[in-house]
Design a protein around this ligand. Structure first.
Ligand code: C5P
Length: 235
């Protein structure tokens, strides 16, 4: 089955802009990520439109609440028909287990993944909220907890994938933003890799925004990155 590795981040405030960009992409070549801002503005109607156009959608709402509430939110997201959704591992084991249980009876449940440590947080800030140790130690601990709690994978930096792949096995999905094609504009991404490096390091899915959405020809940019990924998968 066709399993595109690229998830295009629709980081737009206006649903019309997101739909215009989606209209320039081929649903057989990518999936789409809808985050908090776009979903808050576009709501379920936007998701339904994207699905009707043939796209699979990663609903990136990073649920983090008491187990009962997160379970309900996950069931609601699954009802929308999304392909992937996520929760914060910091919500704890019981919250993640409740999220998993909420999807247990579905014939084709969405892939359920966890966010470990937000990359915007420094070691000092982690200390301020009571998390001791380095960022890497926290990422490793939370990713391990996520797997034990029934998650299908985690979102992580492409620079963390080697360690996590080794630790968590081949079946655990690693979803990585922070991707920049060779010679591309890094923008505000500080720790990033090329698509080929991300694949070599063990990424399953690459979340890519501006290198595609800001390109003059988004479909051509998507095709070029897909070709780089295909070559890396063979090599
Ligand atoms: O435009 P760019 O490729 O930088 O977009 C990356 C996407 O991945 C954005 O939606 C961003 O919010 C998301 N993301 C990230 N770094 C993280 C987690 C998510 O860049 N650590």
């Amino acid at each position: 089955m066709n399993n595109p590795r690229i998830i295009v981040a629709l980081d737009y405030a206006a649903p019309a802009e997101a739909l215009a960009l989606a209209g320039r992409l081929d649903p057989a070549s990518c999936r789409l990520k809808v985050g908090k801002e776009l979903f808050t503005r576009g709501g379920p109607a936007l998701i339904e439109t994207l699905l009707r156009r043939g796209f699979e959608v990663f609903l990136d709402l990073k649920f983090h609440d008491i187990p009962n509430t997160v379970a309900g939110a996950c069931a609601a997201a699954a009802d929308l028909g999304v392909w992937m959704l996520n929760v914060h591992a910091l919500g704890g084991r019981k919250m993640m287990e409740a999220a998993r249980a909420a999807l247990a009876d579905l014939r084709t449940p969405p892939r359920l993944i966890a966010v470990t440590v937000l990359t915007s947080l420094s070691e000092q800030e982690l200390g301020e909220v009571g998390l001791s140790g380095t960022v890497e130690q926290n990422v490793t601990r939370l990713a391990t907890l996520a797997r034990q709690s029934g998650m299908d994978g985690v979102v992580c930096s492409p620079l963390e994938t080697r360690v996590l792949r080794q630790l968590l096995g081949a079946e655990f999905s690693l979803v990585t933003p922070g991707i920049r094609p060779q010679g591309g504009d890094a923008g505000d991404q500080k720790r990033y890799t090329t698509p080929a490096q991300a694949i070599h390091n063990g990424s399953d899915y690459l979340v890519i925004g501006r290198p595609i959405t800001a390109a003059l020809d988004p479909m051509q940019a998507l095709r070029a990155i897909s070709a780089e990924i295909e070559a890396a998968l063979k090599g």
